[in-house]
Design a protein around this ligand. Sequence first.
Ligand code: ZN
Length: 410
Amino acid sequence: MADKNSEDRAKYDFKKDMQEIQNYRGRSTELISVYVPKTKQISDVMAYLRNEQSQASNIKSKTTMKNVQSAIDSIAARLKTYKSPPENGVVIFCGEVPRAGDQTKMVQYVINPPEPITAFLYRCDSTFFTEPLESMLLDKKCYGLITIDRSEATLGILSGSRIQVLKHFDSLVPSKHHQGGQSSVRFERLIEIAAHEFFKKVADNATEVFLNRPELLGILIGGPGATKEFFVKEEYLHHELRKKVVSPLVDTGYTDESGLRELVQNAQGIITDMQLTQEKVYMQRLFTEIRKADGGLSCYGEDEVRSALDMGAVDMLLLSDSLKKRRITLECPNGHIHEKTVADADQKFQCPECGQSATVTKDEDLIDDFFNRADAYNTRLQLISGDSEEGDMLLKAFGGVAALLRYRPN
Ligand code: ZN
């Protein structure tokens, strides 16, 4: 559960950071983007930055010069904390951006990209340079494809709408109709051994190409006859892959490359359903509970959900991914500390206890705040896409925050 939460959180954070980064506009050419691939020495990057630092002293506008130099300083300070770049490299965005009124603020983002950065890059511009990261935002979910009968099998992968053939096998299983001179029982036996070997070979190759793909949503299996059912029922596939086999199996006329295309075409309905199904299932459970006389094992609205969560009563949090709120901590000169959820943390606040002006001492995205708490109580956090009907209802009717409970707190 913690693994699934942290995987979802990484995805959510990356998407949210990218949206913010892409929206910033500098007042002049003073927003810096640095891409450091795994293969680049940190000391080389430092030398590069020192050189840029001295170049920056030629900038005519005093303000711009100061902003560029302090952004470079800040990036260098951050990079100094690394011995070497992480596995996928690291990307730092830093610069002075406008805020309310006539003021500016310095922002810095350190991104651990979900896929490797391939080249070192330094840019200073009026916007941050995000292009190399944009393709990483695309949905990488894919399906494994297998078409099989006794004469032939093909393995492939479906990502987006693209079908890629990975392997193709012709079997040496003789047809049952050409028995030659051999005794029928003995010949049948040989055929079954050959078929068994063929299925094993297909399954071994499936393990090789499908097993270490965390983004694999499911495996679609097709073919013309009963062989596909036999192949699944006799458990030739690796046990981890068996869990991903999508039912029902799909009838196709062919088992070659055109068979893969048929498979995808005939499974279109199943694929569309699967992507939204999980979220739908949880939301339906929520609605079923809500309809019960005492509210069943449901809970909604931020305050209620928060208190149930703090009692350890929440099994699953259901949050709209379109929440866009901040969870802040306020402190006043009298030492009062209060937490609060707001739409925008960049404003003046008063202490709700004594009315004095209060300082924001902690400011976090609301969904990240829930991710932190969920992990503490071994609670699963499920984001619900704002694009779906259920997601829309969650946001409008329940303020985007609901929960399925382990038990009903008093
Ligand atoms: Zn106070």
